[in-house]
Ligand binder design. Sequence first.
Ligand SMILES: [Zn+2]
Ligand SMILES: [Zn+2]
Length: 150
Amino acid sequence: MTAEPTPIRGRCLCATVQFTLTPPTAFCAHCHCQSCRLSSGAAFVTWTGVPHDRFAITAGQDRLRWYRSSDAILWGFCGDCGSSMLYKADREGHHESPKLDRMYVSVGSLIDPMDQPAKVHVSWEERLPWLHVNDGLPKHRGKSDEVIAE
Ligand SMILES: [Zn+2]
Ligand SMILES: [Zn+2]
């Protein structure tokens, strides 16, 4: 019998909204798309994700708010401090095909170490023009498998 892995904790800036992910996480990627930049105010957002049954809100459920940016996509943030933390799709049809059975979580919202490092840059073609990255990770067009040469 294997013990359940220790959950990875995350929270918003004011700590009203708190949550856990139970490893293994499904992926870890830096996203350079404009939507991520606008939502976060950061140059890019590092995302991970788990199936919904491995994600739990542990505090502040009533303060967690969702902004619907399209028919399919919801962005989760703290209604008190505004921290942007979560992303999910609740309908098929988005051109990037986010998985319906997955809670996407911004790695910057985690307060425990993750079980894996970032492994790829996605939507690299949308990066800020002055951003130079020399980490040896592949850089993909959108969320496709197409690698963009630098
Ligand atoms: Zn907050
Ligand atoms: Zn993005």
